[in-house]
Design a protein around this ligand. Structure first.
Ligand code: SF4
Length: 708
């Protein structure tokens, strides 16, 4: 009873309080809402029959954090729409955002804290209370700290930004472990771009793009219209640059090894050898410099290292670049001239572009092209966003100065205690079996997952998180919006089950361990509000989003031209065909694979019937199919040096004869009834190779195809 009361209080606080008057005035009969035919939802007694509300919040299905408006009828969330006031999406939503209702009402959510009773990985649990679960976790971590083994604790928080991430990092600090990991440690993250930004500008942030004013986009393999953080914004921007000014239509050129969904929507697709975007960018730089088509004023006043960069770029003549990349020299010259003559032009990369071992070179050289074109902090160009002026929490003393173990090396380390929050390395890291082996012999594993995924299967305790439609937190966008902005995510319904906001859970564990001074808030909502002291929270909640009213860009001292030259060859293991796994347009890298709507939509996008939605396809060229005597939908093995997966052949135009494509996201061994046991996971056959920035690259493996 007490728990229910607390939930009600949280909910009412978060939606800004629902007055009796507003309850009465917002009543409107809804023909779809017939309470006597529906089982009650938590808190339904607080809603009048037929009452509906439109509650502003922020999507939490991916790090972009689009603004949303949720239609709630009698306490049930029934529809999610985009919030026009939110800069990442301006009123539109992607398929994953639309599917949030299915995440909320997923029948396979974990409904209360769980304690393992079977062997690790077996999925046998007993239900325990929150009090007991928190005591067990606190006790175990305390023992570790008291034995002087803090560094054997690893905290893995799969968030790129935000106060929940900072709360976990603070927890690592007070525990005295250096081993805190976030979103950017993962294998398919934009870490190379962040590292390139740090080298070029000294900032640890992704670039923003003033894309609405851009006239020419050179995409170096960016999955711009697919499942990427740019997607929602660029789809809109591209509409504007193509159709806003009838006399001047912008152009998009997609340079990519295969005809991707983005390539098919671009004005031009330029095929290239896998991982050679850096050499291609040097070819463009060569033409820009040798034909004197670069922004001299910007280069002289705002950059460093141009001389050395220019010397190396001069060696990459279009003819040489043609030999190395397969892109015809005349196209390189033409594209460079088009970019200069169509300014504002930008060069764009994302996590797919940089998924080879040389991702850092690719990201750096893309930035260099923008510098040459004068497209930095200029209308239509790449821009630096100023940090948002959040208040700080009281400082805590970091208890260790030890260096952390690189994430990719954790499976070979002696770390034996793990806390996982939105990280599922057993499934999502190349050769995830290494993680399974590590967790099998671990001393203690805690998961905060709302679903039983492959990693939480190895947990001793699961402390299930609320879904994003049930919790309160800040929402700092990971999108390429060109100015500072953030939203507030809040509960739109009462929590359906006995779950908790993980921010609250961490505060409770920390207090149980005796860290009351460091975790001094009543709950996470209070901690978030302390950081938002400089903002009118009511106003942010009312609009659903805050953005910098002056829409300013951050200044920078000097842009430093790439020092990683000449570029490295991307590393490939094995011989045979290049295996290029890619994210699904609808269900991402696999985190949406438990939503049948997204899986089936993905099949329809490929022009496949819905009953094939749960199959893994290996997409190959007609030439390769002929050579190997394979036909559509035939079963084959995709074989690497480390293993094999089963897939069905899909013959496609636009795939080079030496490339095979496999969509990521299927092949779950857990993660609910809709995801488990459907298709194959290509990461199982990827040879784990570190990129220059330390995380595992995804495009590393050459494979063979054998008939099954
Ligand atoms: S891009 Fe991400 S945040 Fe935006 S609607 Fe899609 S899933 Fe939600």
């Amino acid at each position: 009873m007490k728990e229910v009361d607390i939930k009600k209080r949280e909910f009412f606080k978060a939606v800004g309080g629902i007055s009796v008057l507003s309850l009465l005035t917002s009543c409107e009969a809804d023909v779809y809402s017939l309470p006597e035919k529906k089982p009650p939802v938590p808190g339904a007694e607080k809603w009048y029959e037929g009452e509906e509300k439109y509650i502003k919040s922020v999507c939490g299905q991916c790090p972009v954090n689009c603004g949303i408006i949720v239609r709630v009828v009698e306490g049930r969330a029934v529809k999610i729409m985009g919030n026009p006031a939110a800069s990442p999406n301006r009123g539109v939503l992607g398929p994953k955002g639309n599917s949030g209702i299915m995440t909320l009402y997923d029948p396979d959510r974990i409904k209360h804290p769980l304690k393992r009773v079977g062997k690790r990985g077996e999925g046998k649990w007993e239900k325990i209370s929150w009090d007991e679960a928190i005591k067990i976790v606190a006790q175990k971590l305390k023992e570790k700290v008291e034995k002087g083994e803090s560094r054997k604790i690893a905290i893995l928080c799969g968030r790129p930004k935000g106060f929940t991430r900072e709360l976990f990092e603070r927890f690592a600090d007070v525990l005295g472990t250096p081993n805190f990991y976030d979103f950017f440690e993962k294998s398919y993250s934009p870490r190379p771009i962040l590292e390139a930004m740090r080298e070029a500008f000294g900032v640890w942030d992704l670039p923003g793009f003033d894309s609405q004013k851009t006239q020419y986009i050179l995409s170096l393999g960016s999955a711009m219209f697919e499942s990427t953080c740019h997607g929602i914004r660029f789809a809109r921007a591209v509409y504007e640059i193509r159709y806003r000014y009838p006399a001047r239509r912008g152009k998009i050129v997609q340079v990519d090894p295969f005809l991707s969904a983005t390539g098919s929507q671009a004005d031009e697709w330029i095929p290239i050898k896998p991982g050679k975007y850096d050499v291609f960018a040097l070819g463009i730089a060569n033409v820009l410099i040798s034909e004197n088509m670069y922004d001299r004023d910007f280069v002289e006043k705002k950059t460093e290292g141009f001389e050395r960069f220019g010397e190396i770029a001069r060696e990459y003549t279009p003819e040489r670049v043609e030999k190395e990349t397969g892109v015809p020299a005349h196209d390189i010259v033409r594209i460079a001239r088009e970019m200069w003559n169509s300014r504002p032009s930008i060069s764009l990369v994302d996590e797919r572009s940089t998924s080879t071992t040389n991702g850092l070179h690719i990201a750096c050289l893309s930035l260099c092209l923008n510098a040459l074109l004068g497209s930095i902090n200029s209308p239509g160009g790449l821009v630096l966003r100023p940090p948002i002026k959040f208040s700080n929490w009281k400082d805590v003393k970091r208890k260790t100065k030890e260096r952390k173990i690189p994430f990719a090396d954790l499976p070979d380390s002696d770390v034996d205690t793990f806390l996982f929050y939105y990280m599922n390395p057993v499934y999502s890291e190349p050769a995830g079996e290494r993680w399974a082996k590590l967790l099998e012999k671990a001393d203690f594993v805690v998961s905060f997952s709302p679903f039983e995924d492959e990693t939480s299967l190895f947990a001793d305790i699961i402390l299930p998180d609320h879904t994003y439609l049930e919790r309160f937190e800040d929402a700092q966008s990971f999108s390429s919006i060109p100015f500072a902005g953030f939203g507030i995510r809040k509960p739109v319904v009462y929590p359906l089950y006995d779950t908790k906001n993980t921010g609250d859970t961490i505060i409770l564990i920390a207090k149980e361990m005796g860290f009351e001074d460091e975790f001094y808030w009543e709950d996470f909502e209070e901690a978030v509000k302390e950081r938002l002291k400089n903002f009118d929270i009511d106003e942010v909640e009312e609009k659903g989003w805050w953005e910098d009213p002056e829409k300013k860009w951050a200044d920078f001292d000097k842009f430093r031209f790439c020092s990683h030259l000449p570029p490295h060859e991307p590393e490939w293991k094995g011989d045979g065909l290049y295996l290029l796994p890619y994210k699904s347009t609808t269900y991402g890298e696999g985190s949406g694979a438990n939503i049948p709507y997204l899986m089936e939509l993905s099949a329809r996008i490929k022009m496949l019937p819905a009953y094939m939605s749960y199959e893994t396809f290996v997409e190959i060229s007609p030439e390769l199919a002929e050579k190997l005597k394979l036909s559509n939908f035939e079963r084959v093995y995709v074989v690497s040096d480390t293993g094999k997966i089963k897939a069905k052949v899909l013959i496609k135009e636009g795939v080079p004869p030496d490339v095979v494509l496999v969509e990521l996201g299927r092949g779950h061994k857990a993660f609910g009834r809709f995801a488990k046991g459907r298709g194959a996971n290509p990461r199982e056959i990827i040879v784990p190779l570190k990129s220059i920035v330390g995380n595992l690259a995804l495009w590393t493996t050459r494979v063979k195809i054998e008939k099954a």
